[in-house]
Design a protein around this ligand. Structure first.
Ligand SMILES: NC(=O)c1ccc[n+]([C@@H]2O[C@H](COP(=O)([O-])OP(=O)(O)OC[C@H]3O[C@@H](n4cnc5c(N)ncnc54)[C@H](OP(=O)(O)O)[C@@H]3O)[C@@H](O)[C@H]2O)c1
Length: 339
């Protein structure tokens, strides 16, 4: 069984007197910075000069410095810039400003596990990885809940890395949902696998194919959007609350019968498992990491082409129009997305 921690196991006071620097103010950055500040911590955001988020962070009442100044200021430094730029940002602005006894933190293990960043031995290296999007880390905190987190300690130079990690998890609200102890390796590999095979790659492909199948059969694209895309969240909410049993309780028996009859027809068990194992192997062997690092060095030609292609897909354009006309259509603030 994995070791779990909850709020009662975390002492937020372990961050008393510690200056916490959040590098980046994107999806995770804004959520960590605001949640920690509202939990009573001393927080500063580190951004590049000219960052489009600088004014936004200041308007939210946070102090903002350049990445280098913020790294120098902080005792605990959380790296929340995109994974693919972390190594360069670390080399240029963090490493020269790290002091013995500092805690260098991550929300994903990619750069430590694949050795793109190799910190000095006299700093703590740890991870608090929320298992949800940054905007949900924020919205759940505001609603008195929290997104569960993974905790991993790669280096415990001060002997206090676990205290810092658990206090940090409490500060962002994660300990309300639970903190599971893991390693950088396991977090990196399972995170990449989950997002590729199921959460992002798998789910988007499934919704897209379902949408296309209905539209090609002559059904209205709006109808296809509701059936194969919009309803996804409503179904997942039920699973999130009470497992598949809760979903099966709420859906009709006809839907449940269809689940048993057609699920494995769409995703043939042996073949899908074989493909999933191949995806996992590429992650474990570093093949995927190598491809992603190369893609970033080569101007992201494949990535950009795929993103542009998806933006034009009818499931995106039809969906945008439907959502715009929903009663709450004007609400594009991801921090208020329901959870
Ligand atoms: N997205 C998620 O929900 C999620 C979930 C779990 C873990 N994580 C992890 O959290 C970390 C942050 O991801 P994210 O999705 O929150 O990132 P993001 O939304 O893309 O935000 C990136 C931030 O990094 C800044 N940045 C980008 N390039 C920079 C550079 N060269 N120099 C300085 N700052 C730079 C951006 O600056 P500007 O303000 O100037 O644009 C922005 O503030 C990653 O390790 C990721 O794996 C993310």
């Amino acid at each position: 069984m994995a070791k779990m921690y909850y709020e009662k196991d975390c002492d937020l006071a372990k961050l008393d007197g510690k200056k916490i620097t959040i590098i980046g103010y994107g999806s995770q950055g804004h959520a960590h910075a605001l949640n920690l500040k509202e939990s009573g911590c001393d927080v500063c955001v580190g951004l590049r000069q000219g960052s489009r988020h600088w004014a936004e962070a200041e308007a939210a009442g946070l102090q903002v410095k350049t990445v280098a100044e913020a790294a120098k200021w902080g005792d605990v430094i959380m790296m929340l810039v995109n994974d693919e730029v972390q190594a360069a940002v670390y080399q240029a602005d963090i490493a020269p400003n790290l002091e013995a006894g500092n805690a260098l933190m991550f929300a994903h293990g990619f750069n430590i596990h694949f050795k793109q960043i190799v910190p000095p031995a006299d700093v703590d290296v740890l991870m608090i990885a929320p298992k949800g999007p940054g905007h949900t880390v924020r919205s759940t905190y505001v609603n008195g809940k929290g997104v569960p987190c993974l905790l991993a300690v790669e280096q415990n130079a001060t002997g206090k890395a676990y205290d810092i990690g658990l206090a940090y998890a409490a500060g962002i609200g994660g300990a309300r949902g639970g903190v599971m102890e893991t390693t950088f390796q396991d977090e990196t590999e399972t995170d990449l696998f989950g997002e590729q095979a199921v959460l992002c790659g798998g789910v988007v492909e499934l919704m897209k194919l379902g949408f296309e199948t209905l539209v090609e059969a002559g059904y209205a694209p709006e109808n296809a959007y509701f059936e194969c895309i919009h309803e996804m969240k409503l179904i997942i909410d039920l699973i999130n609350k009470g497992g598949v049993a809760a979903m099966n309780y709420s859906i009709s028996d006809t839907a449940e019968f269809g689940e048993y009859v057609s699920g494995s027809r769409v995703l043939p068990y042996e073949e899908t498992k074989k493909n999933m194992k191949a995806v996992l192997r590429d992650i474990q062997d570093g093949v995927f990491a190598g491809k992603w690092i190369a893609e970033n060095k080569n101007g992201r030609t494949f990535f950009n082409a795929k993103r542009a292609q998806l933006a034009k897909h009818p499931m995106e354009t039809v969906g945008a129009e439907l959502r715009r006309n929903m009663l709450w259509g004007e609400d594009t603030d991801l921090d208020t997305a329901s959870n």
